[in-house]
Design a protein around this ligand. Structure first.
Ligand code: PAF
Length: 283
């Protein structure tokens, strides 16, 4: 049975009892619409701690007014069943007023690593993410938190935020769960039509080809251009970015060969009205 709590006070009662019993506590922050990718994060959290909390909160502060906050898929009962099926101990599902009290006036801003890529395409996104994640860390007092590498830049921003604010929590990045054809699992895949879903495989395919090209000593600018052209040819509309960046600071690499740097290729592109993101290591 997964207990559902809606207030910080109730969550802390559970956490206090667990810690008094000497148990480690893990947190998996989510916005619900849970899929196998989220469940894989819960399983990893269970390897790191005796108790696992999944937070389910569609955070209004990380959506711009024109973005999909209202349309974002919600299904709390199904989420609760899925969490129960993997033995998650607690679901923290606060409402908006519990998370943001009237007059809420604080924003956590992480500069540098949050600025390019998603930060450039979605200017208030990381302020919203860093604020809610800092709150979740402080609210839950978890020992460890697990985030998917699917949102790779988010993972780097959260690591930096926790380090800079001395929040005593270990942050673990978990590998991206993928469909059989390679498409990264995402709650937003639910927006894709059948035809778009078939075309979407071009994204992981182009990404892998670019990573292989760069890993083999090829030029970064060539890899980025070829991947962009492949996305366009497959029916993608706007390509927000296809970039090979240094893996932890996300500073620019290239335009020539990668040399000794540790790289990450990151992509965001639109298929119809759906924005897809993905990334992988450039070994
Ligand atoms: O990755 C997400 O689902 C969200 O950005 C997060 C980390 C739960 C914060 O709202």
């Amino acid at each position: 049975m997964t207990s559902i709590v809606r207030t910080v006070a109730e969550m802390r009662e559970h956490v206090r009892a667990w810690k008094a019993a000497g148990q480690r506590v893990a947190l998996v922050p989510t916005m619900g619409a849970l899929h196998e990718g989220h469940l894989s994060l819960i399983r990893i959290a269970q390897e790191k701690a005796q108790r696992v909390i999944a937070s389910v909160f569609v955070n209004p502060k990380q959506f711009a007014p024109h973005e999909d906050f209202d349309a974002y898929p919600r299904g709390e009962a199904i989420d609760a069943e899925k969490l129960a099926s993997v033995g998650c101990d607690l679901m923290f599902a606060p409402n908006g007023a519990e998370m943001y009290a009237p007059g809420f006036s604080t924003t956590v801003t992480v500069s540098g690593v949050s600025e390019p890529l998603e930060g450039a395409a979605r200017p208030q996104f990381f302020g919203g993410v860093a604020t809610v994640v800092a709150k979740l860390f402080i609210q839950s007092q978890a020992d460890v938190a697990v985030f998917g590498e699917k949102d790779y830049q988010q993972l780097q921003v959260v690591k930096r935020m926790a380090r800079d604010l001395d929040i005593p929590i270990e942050i673990i990045g978990a590998p991206t769960a993928r469909a059989e054809d390679g498409l990264a699992l995402s709650s937003r895949n639910a927006y894709l039509s059948t035809e778009e879903r078939a075309a979407a495989v071009a994204l992981p395919t182009a990404m892998k080809a670019a990573a292989v090209h760069v890993a083999a000593g090829g030029r970064i600018d060539e890899a980025e251009q070829t991947a962009t052209a492949a996305l366009k040819a497959a029916g993608f509309g706007q390509v927000d970015y296809v970039e090979v960046r240094e893996a932890s600071e996300l500073s620019r690499l290239g335009p020539g060969p990668i040399g000794e740097a540790r790289g990450r290729i990151l992509i965001a592109a639109w298929l119809g009205k759906t924005r897809l993101i993905d990334n992988m290591d450039v070994g």
